[in-house]
Ligand binder design. Structure first.
Ligand code: SAH
Ligand code: SF4
Length: 393
């Protein structure tokens, strides 16, 4: 880890209290919004048009105030304000790494916190979005896995992370100044690789991604959204059918014996079962490769033999192998493979005809790299516990 300077920017805005009984418009799918507007008294003949108008204000222009919805008559704006709120998670802090990576801590209802990471690159800007507070799975190399699950995020909280990042990046077009779609986007890609197992929160993840993909709003193509799963086999086909995004699999081992230890969900759905689900993944084609994520752990899963076994296992699946140098966290029971080992491993895979990029760790100085996410409150709790243990309390 580097000793790079860290800038911390703690926002002191008071948390907005949810207004009693009102429905949050954020996170509703189009049919849900239609039903909600009807129930609030929108005439049936107008409702489709109203959904379109409100949708564009929320997701194209990023407007959070009914009064700014200037193409709606004042009484209709008042009706909306009486029945609805527009709420996204609140940013409580932002850390900016020396490499430009931004790690946000966002607070959601109930006082829980999740982390969201923005990673700027030359040709894209990727937002790593969380789907759960913590994770029920306990992958032994993952920091998030040591946190007890508190709850699933709602669709509003998931798409709200994207909206919060666009707020911070200043990426909403200003009303009246054109669409803002010229030139590269700051936030061009979403990866569901933050905290949590997205396929264990399927419906909310699906609804949030549908909203992010909608052409009259945030309008990110399904090709620019990647969902990463540890291997929840029964949900993989649904992911292809109902979301249609790119798929990444946290593979990490080439024998069941080792994968059982690293990714314990393997005891439920083992390597053969997982690969079968991937082979029949309806969207698989040359243009839509499945990404196999493979964390490089010294002397655990990083031998030449592992690389060759991996090639044999994935034969016939259009694939790309993303090698992730292990990111350390306090108390982690593993070490990162050496650069030479990672390169040798990558080379064997590359020579077999697969792209084998080595993921550059980003934002390590702010604990924003893969597998390091864990909310600040949780960390504070942990260190207090450690201090107490050390003091023999
Ligand atoms: N739960 C999902 C998505 C979140 S994890 C999943 O497991 O796929 C995103 C990626 O980071 C996964 O491939 C995960 O295995 C990897 N990861 C977790 N901890 C890591 C660590 N300490 N170093 C490097 N990668 C890690
Ligand atoms: Fe959960 Fe993914 Fe971490 Fe495993 S790697 S504990 S599934 S977040």
């Amino acid at each position: 880890m580097t000793d790079a300077p860290i800038t911390q920017d703690v926002l002191t805005l008071p948390r907005k209290l949810p207004e009693g009984g009102k429905t949050n418009l954020i996170g509703l799918t189009r049919p849900q919004m239609q039903a909600a507007l009807l129930a609030a008294g929108t005439p049936e003949k107008q409702v489709k048009m109203r959904v379109n108008q409100v949708w564009q204000w929320l997701y194209h222009w990023g407007v959070r105030d009914f009064d700014a919805m200037t193409n709606l008559a004042k009484p209709y704006r008042a009706l909306l304000a009486e029945n609805f709120v527009i709420e996204i998670p609140e940013m409580v802090s932002r850390l900016v790494s020396e490499d430009g990576t931004r790690k946000y801590l966002v607070r959601i209802a109930g006082g829980h916190e999740v982390e969201v990471v923005y990673i700027p690159e030359e040709d894209r800007g990727t937002l790593c979005v969380s789907s759960q507070v913590g994770c029920t799975l306990t992958c032994s190399f993952c920091h998030t896995g040591t946190q007890k699950l508190v709850r699933n995020l709602t669709a509003a909280e998931i798409v709200g992370q994207v909206m919060m990042a666009r707020d911070d990046l200043g990426e909403w077009p200003a009303p009246g100044t054109g669409t803002g779609e010229n030139g590269p986007r700051l936030l061009s890609n979403i990866v569901l690789m933050g905290m949590g197992e997205p396929l264990y929160n399927f419906d909310n993840v699906r609804d949030a991604m549908k909203i992010a993909m909608d052409g009259e709003g945030i309008a990110l193509s399904r090709r620019r959204i990647t969902l990463s799963t540890s291997g929840v086999v029964p949900e993989i086909a649904r992911c292809a059918e109902e979301i249609g995004c790119q798929l990444a699999i946290s593979f990490h081992a080439t024998t069941d014996e080792i994968r059982d230890k690293l990714v314990p969900i393997n005891k439920r759905w083992n390597i053969a079962t997982l690969l079968d689900a991937l082979r029949t993944y309806p969207k698989v084609s040359n243009s839509e490769r499945i990404t196999f994520e493979y964390v490089m752990l010294k002397d655990v899963n990083d031998s030449d033999e592992d690389a060759r076994r991996l090639i044999r296992l994935i034969e016939g699946i259009p694939a790309k192998i993303n090698l992730i140098p292990f990111n350390e966290w306090p108390g982690a029971p593993y070490q990162r493979s050496s650069n030479n080992r990672i390169r040798a491993f990558a080379d064997i895979i590359y020579k077999a005809g697969y792209a084998s990029p080595i993921r550059t760790p980003r934002g390590e100085d702010i604990m924003a790299a893969c597998g390091q996410l864990k909310s600040a409150t949780e960390r504070a709790r942990k260190s207090r516990a450690q201090i107490e243990a050390e003091a023999g309390l």
